[in-house]
Structure formats: C-alpha cells, structure tokens
Design a protein around this ligand. Sequence first.
Ligand SMILES: [Zn+2]
Length: 462
Amino acid sequence: MTERFDLAIVNARIVGEDRDGVGGLAVKDGRIAAILDRAAVPDAAETIDAAGRVLMPGLVDAHVHFSEPGRGHWEGFETGSHAAAAGGITTFVEMPLNAHPPTINAEALRLKKAEAEKSIVDYALWGGLVDDNLADLEDLHAGGVAGFKAFMCTATDFPRIDARLMRAGMTAIAGFSSFLAVHAEDEVMTGRLAAALRAAGRRDRAAWGEARPITAELAAIDEAIGLAEETGARLHIVHVSSAAGIDRISAVKARGVAVTAETCPHYLFFDETDLERIGPLAKCAPPLRAPSEREALWERVLAGAVDVIASDHSPCLIEEKTAGDDDIFAAWGGISGLQSTLPVLLTEGPKRGLSLSDIVRMTASNPARLFGFHPKKGSLTIGADADLVLVDPDAEFTLREDDLFYRNRHSAYCGATFRGRVDMTIARGTVVYRDGEIHPRRGARLDGAGLAAVRQPLGETA
Ligand SMILES: [Zn+2]
C-alpha cells in the first residue's frame, strides 16, 4: 500500500544547500515526508505541478524589526509576518529594539511574546543586552530568547554598551551557552564625525556616509572580536557592510574563534549613489557604500566568507523618512526590505556566478544553524518542517508599493526591477502565500536551543 501524502509538489527544480535537481517533494503532517525522483507520481490530497519553478527551503531571516509592542504603527507581527510569507520567509528572528519597551527583561519578553502570537509563520525572539540589564540576561535566556543583541553605538531608546559591559555581558551569555550579536560601529568615531559635519552645516545625503566610514565599522568589529576571544563567547556580527569587515571575521575564524558574519541584501543591491538618488528611504546604518565596495562585498559572498544574509527589515512611518528630505541626519535609519531578499539575490546573484544552493545556505541553512534550528528549519531533509518557497526564477517584475504587505508601504526597493519572484510559500505544510494572496494560519514560537546546537560551527551539518 502506498502512502497518501497531504501535499505533493512535482516537476520542480529542488534546490537545497547540497542538492539541485528536478524532482518532487511530498509533505505529511507538516513535515517533509519524501523527496521523489522526477518520474514518481505521488498519491496526495493536493498535487502542485511546479514545472519551470524552483523549490527551496523557506528562508530563516535572522534579523527583522517588527516594533511591537509599543510601535505597532511602524509594523507589528501581523503585517510583518504577512510580508515575510510574501517574501518566502518561513521563520524570522525578531530584534529586541524598536519595540517599546525593548526586550531587555522578563516582563518585556512576556509582552513581546503576547504580540508575536499574531504571526502567521514560525519565529523566535532576540533578547537585548543594554547598559543596565546584566541581571536580566539569564531570565531572558530561560524565557527562550534565541540569542542576544547589543549596540556598540547609539540607537533609538536602546542604550549602547561599552567594552566593559560587553565583556561582562559576553561572560554571562557564554555561561549559559547562548551567543551575542553586535551592531558594530564605533561610537566615538561616528559621534565625532557626525558632530563635525553638522557643525559645518552639512545636512546632505552624502554626509550620512561620511559620518559612518568603514574604519568605524572595522574598529568596532576588532573590539568585539577581541572580547569574544578573551571571554570565549560566541559572537555574530550583524549587517557587515564592507569587504574588510568580512575579512576581519574570516581571519579570526581561521584561528578557531566562534564568530559569524552577516550582511544584508541592501549592501549587495544598492550603493551610495542610490542614497543620493532615492534619499532617506535608503538611509541605513552602516550606510550604503561605494560601488566598488559593493562589488568587493559580493566577492566575499561568492568566496563563501559570508555566513548569513538577513533583511534587517527596519520599518517606520513615511513621515520619519520624509523628515530627512532636507536633513539626512533627521530621517529614520533603516530600510524596509523583508519582501525583497529573495528577489535581490535571485536577480543579482546568478549574474555574478552565485548558485541557488549558495542562496539557500546563506538565507536558510546557516541562519537556522546559528540559532540551533537546523535541520528542523532551513533544510530539505526527511522529517524537517515543510517550510518551503516556490519561486519563478525567470519572472521579471518591478516592485510597486501595492505589492508590499508592510504596514507602511514604502521601501527603497520600490521601482526596482527584479528577475525572480516568489510564487508560493508553505509553512509547516500549509500554503500561507500564493500568487499575491495571504492565507493566514498561526505560527509557532521557537525557543533558543542552547549549547550543543548553537556551538556547532556553521557549515558542518549535524
Ligand atoms: Zn537591525
């Protein structure tokens, strides 16, 4: 007697981290039940013919800001998770800041968890390390946060930490086997440069980049790496914007230090001329870099030196962007990009020689490993959650505001033309997005996995 599946997808180009070939995939009870050869005709309640399309693991976005509780008018878990689904993201890990209160103690985590129940895809939550919450870190860990985030420079109502606090925080976090992610830009350097530029009357778009040079990123990366080596804490550097930043991380990895590198689609798609052209919608920190730097960063991506590509989706009201029309320093810094990760990589990657398996590795498998969610998430193994995205790699489209599921429909990516469109997203066996329509369901929260999984080096499978 043959097994009857809930769902089968046939004739797809099935791409995993280490597979790429035409065949089928069958789902039962929310999990991947079989990978089939191209001739198989599975018995299933629903069969989707995916000829000409690519089936990949759903993305695990390690870095999003949904701003709830407190700033649901910026995004929120409902619209944020809808946009995730539309972008092929089946798991996201939500940052502790931009919500109010920020997720820096057990009570704030409780409030965040209540809001997060609105998500239609699975998710995990980051905890925050700030200037006065060392005593709260263990509670946050016990509450299931997937990791900790700290800022080495000033952020909106999320106090930065200095080297002394980072050392203490790393020691504590290493003690209960979690890890620290840092926003690495040097506070003294960026603060002084911004003050000097403003004193000189500079408010233009280029001034934003001049205030936050690559040297400020490198100084902070070096400091964080030094403290990670000293304390033995596992370290993740978020949104690295420069090739030299990636090289610093690669050099210490080679010595066995547990540090990983993340970059974002906007550093691979845009450059500083786009900030000039688009304006505040393309303001982010670290800032967009020179065109040559973007290509150097691509070289690191192609060389396998980038562990994770995450959206750093950082939404706000349009007024917080237009406030910077005549003074770039006054605009909110952050790009709304959740839906654009796959289109960016499918458009820009293959023309530089990036394989689809490489995209899966950096957007799904490695981020799942980072949090200890692999192979349940980010893989196409039998028994893994049936979190899948079906893309049409040849479909060309121009992104419009109407395409966005964000609470505030603006993005630096609007008006850009892409080749590679998300057609369908499946979360634990259920279609949550199909041809422009959201099909809500309830996502589940994933707790941080702890020592064994999180310490596993990226790139090695269990
Ligand atoms: Zn961020």
